[in-house]
Each structure stands twice: as structure tokens, then as C-alpha cells.
Unconditional design. Structure first.
Length: 401
């Protein structure tokens, strides 16, 4: 398999070009065989008392070399594995400082470099798998989302990620001004008919028939306004189906919920609007809190399925059994609580036959190994919400058969 991303050091440094990892990136990482090195370097600002990232990197590489030798790896293989990483010691940006945490994944087949905002971890891992658990938990705990600011004067859609927010261009068919919409269209629930009423000379005069009061008419207009927005954004949101948070008054939010068919609409809403004095930064902050408590339709399905299968052989809580099942490709869904970790001998658990000079993974994070093997075999890994399951289980699996 070709490397997913090559390691290239330029005079200007490589850190600025390191991307944030995606679930697809992590899934690709799980397809590589070990030994796998995972180096986590926290953000560093020059002038602080903390060590710079070049010093941290050198310390981690030295410790990694000792662990590889103790695991039975041949010196020539160790040198081939670590030599490309020593190039990073000459990257000026590592020395000068960087805001985000840096993550380096290295096996003999690939070298992949990422940055991750908000992750504080100064640690290295040597294992049969890449240590993806911290990045995966961060990715799932702080997902990207859409923020829809619902206002009668202007509707605005922003995409929010851990680094900030970006206003999106709405499709041209969406009329985002309510007054213009009312003049452009009529509510679906109003029936307008032209009927012939016999006059004295046999002429016919148009007669309009309506339903409801003026208040009901206004409510119907706004319902159709919301429905037109929902329909207009369908194609846009379908390309990247992220959670959608609504910001607006209680009445406006209720109308949009009644009109929307979007399956990833987040419960709760952000009160107020820019017209009411609420800043976008405040709305984004409230939106992050709502998304952090949100349970996706997929996770709802898994939790319900687990409860239904509880007590059967397909619902597993015992970690060693989960690790063995994941290695065999039997895990369809794996759900874990953030921070869960348990070390053990992966090779012994999975009864792996070792070759001479091959690295032996005696003391590795078994939870991470289960995640990696689940993703390797196209299973799904999910982060458990607080109180997501009854009992004390922090890692659970649903088997394919």
C-alpha cells in the first residue's frame, strides 16, 4: 500500500501544512501493519517554561528506540523506521512554536502528519496499531456542525469546526428574506379559488376563498418560509450531513422544527439572533455545548440495539473478548467512553504467531487495539455519551454474528 502522506521537510517548515485528521484518515491508518509509532507533541509557545517540540521529539524518539529493541526488533529495521522522523528535528516551526498539538504516525509503509486543536498530550506509543484513540475521541467529542441563524430579515448558514466558523453561500433558490418570500409566494395551506358568481348580466366575478384568521395566515406563511429553506438546503447538507443547530426565537425555532425533514437536527436551540444583539461568537459557543450533548441517529440506533441484545452472545462487555472479536473482524459496532484505557498483551490475546526479529507488542492499550481492528474491518466506532448505558461498562461491542 502506498503512503497516504509523504514526509517532506522544506526550508520553511512543514507544520503549517499539516491538516486536521478526519475519520477517513484514521480508518486508513488502521490498514497498516505494525510496528506502528504514534508521537503526540502538545502545542508550544516560545518564551514559556515548557520544552520546545524539537526537544520533546528527540526524547520520544530515544525512548521509542529503546522500546523497539526490547521488543525484539532488529537494529537495521529500527534505523529504517526512525530515520525519516529525525528529519523533523530540523523543522524550524517545531523549534519556533505552534498552537495546535502535532501528531506523527509512522510505520515502515507510511508517515502521516497531523495537527489537532485542543489536544494536550505529550506521549509516544509503540504498538501493533497506530494509537488513534485520543484523536478519535477528540474528533467525536467536538464534531463539526452547521449553525442556522433563523431571522425574518436574513437567514444565514455557517459551518463550525474547532478552529472557527465560516459563512456558507445559500443556494440561489432560497429566498432568505421573509417579507420578500411572502410577496413571492403564498402559503401552501391557504386555498385560493376563482369561482364564477352570476351577475345581473350573466358576467362572472372572481371570488377568493380563504381559511383561517390573519394570525393563522401569518403562521402558515412562516411555516412555508421555513419549509422552503429546509428544502433549498437539502442538497447542500446532504453532501456533508453534519448536525444542524438552529438559532432564533422560540416561535421561529418551533416553526422550523415543524417544517424540517433534516434527520440531524440537534435538540435544543440557541436563543436570540444578531438583530437581537447576540454575537455570532456567542451563538457558536452555545451551539458547541448543544452538539456536545447531542446523540446522533446512528448512536441512538446502536444504544437501542445493544439494550435489545443485552444478555445474548452478540452484545459483549468483556474487554478481552471484544479484542479477540475485533481482531477477527466480528465487531459491527464498538462504543467507548472517552478516556477508557486498559493495557495488556495483544499478541498473546489474539494468539498471533511471531516471527524472528519481529516486534512483540506485550503491553499495549487494548481499547485502542479494539478500535483500530474494528475500523480495519469496516466496523463502526462511536463515542458513548454520559449515562449512555446502564451499568458500569465503558466499552461495549455488538458482533456481526
Amino acid at each position: 500500500m502506498k503512503p497516504h502522506r509523504s514526509l517532506e521537510i522544506t526550508p520553511r517548515g512543514a507544520v503549517a501544512g499539516w491538516p486536521r485528521p478526519t475519520l477517513g484518515d484514521l480508518t486508513t491508518l488502521c490498514s497498516f501493519d505494525g510496528p506502528c509509532l504514534s508521537l503526540y507533541l502538545p502545542g508550544h509557545r516560545p518564551g514559556t517554561h515548557s520544552a520546545n517540540s524539537v526537544g520533546r521529539l528527540r526524547t520520544q524518539l530515544a525512548a521509542t528506540e529503546v522500546e523497539l529493541a526490547a521488543g525484539g526488533m532488529l537494529p537495521t529495521d529500527i534505523d529504517a523506521l526512525l530515520s525519516p522522523l529525525h528529519q523533523l528535528e530540523h523543522d524550524p516551526e517545531l523549534l519556533e512554536g505552534h498552537r495546535d498539538a502535532l501528531v506523527v504516525f509512522r510505520s515502515i509503509e507510511t508517515t502521516q502528519l497531523f495537527r489537532e486543536p485542543g489536544l494536550e498530550l505529550d506521549q509516544h506509543f509503540v504498538s501493533r496499531h497506530f494509537h488513534i484513540a485520543p484523536v478519535l475521541a477528540q474528533l467525536m467529542a467536538t464534531p463539526d456542525f452547521y449553525l442556522l441563524q433563523l431571522s425574518r430579515k436574513r437567514v444565514q448558514l455557517s459551518k463550525v469546526d474547532p478552529e472557527g466558523h465560516t459563512e456558507m453561500v445559500l443556494p440561489p433558490e432560497i429566498v432568505s428574506d421573509y417579507e420578500k418570500f411572502k410577496n413571492f409566494d403564498q402559503p401552501d395551506h391557504l386555498l385560493r379559488a376563482r369561482s364564477g358568481a352570476s351577475g345581473g348580466h350573466g358576467s362572472q366575478s372572481p371570488v377568493s376563498f380563504g381559511t383561517g384568521s390573519e394570525k393563522e395566515s401569518e403562521s402558515g406563511h412562516f411555516h412555508d418560509f421555513c419549509r422552503s429553506i429546509d428544502r433549498g438546503m437539502h442538497g447542500l447538507l446532504a453532501k456533508h450531513p453534519l448536525p444542524l443547530v438552529i438559532a432564533g426565537t422560540k416561535t421561529e425555532v418551533a416553526a422550523y422544527r415543524a417544517a424540517s425533514g433534516y434527520p440531524r437536527l440537534v435538540e435544543g436551540s440557541v436563543g436570540g439572533s444578531p438583530e437581537g444583539g447576540n454575537s455570532l461568537a456567542e451563538m457558536v459557543r452555545e451551539g458547541r455545548q448543544l452538539v456536545g450533548q447531542w446523540i446522533s441517529p446512528e448512536l441512538q440506533h446502536v444504544l437501542q440495539l445493544y439494550r435489545e441484545l443485552s444478555g445474548s452472545s452478540k452484545a459483549v462487555e468483556e474487554l478481552h473478548a471484544i479484542v479477540r472479536a475485533a481482531a477477527l473482524g466480528l465487531v459491527e459496532y464498538l462504543a467507548f467512553s472517552a478516556g477508557t484505557q486498559a493495557n495488556g498483551n495483544y499478541d498473546s490475546l489474539t494468539e498471533r504467531r511471531m516471527l524472528g526479529g519481529e516486534f512483540v507488542a506485550r503491553d499495549v492499550d487494548l481499547v485502542n487495539a479494539a478500535m483500530a481492528d474494528t475500523l480495519r474491518h469496516r466496523g463502526k466506532v462511536m463515542l458513548l455519551p454520559e449515562a449512555g448505558l446502564t451499568g458500569s461498562a465503558t466499552v461495549v461491542a455488538i458482533l456481526r454474528y
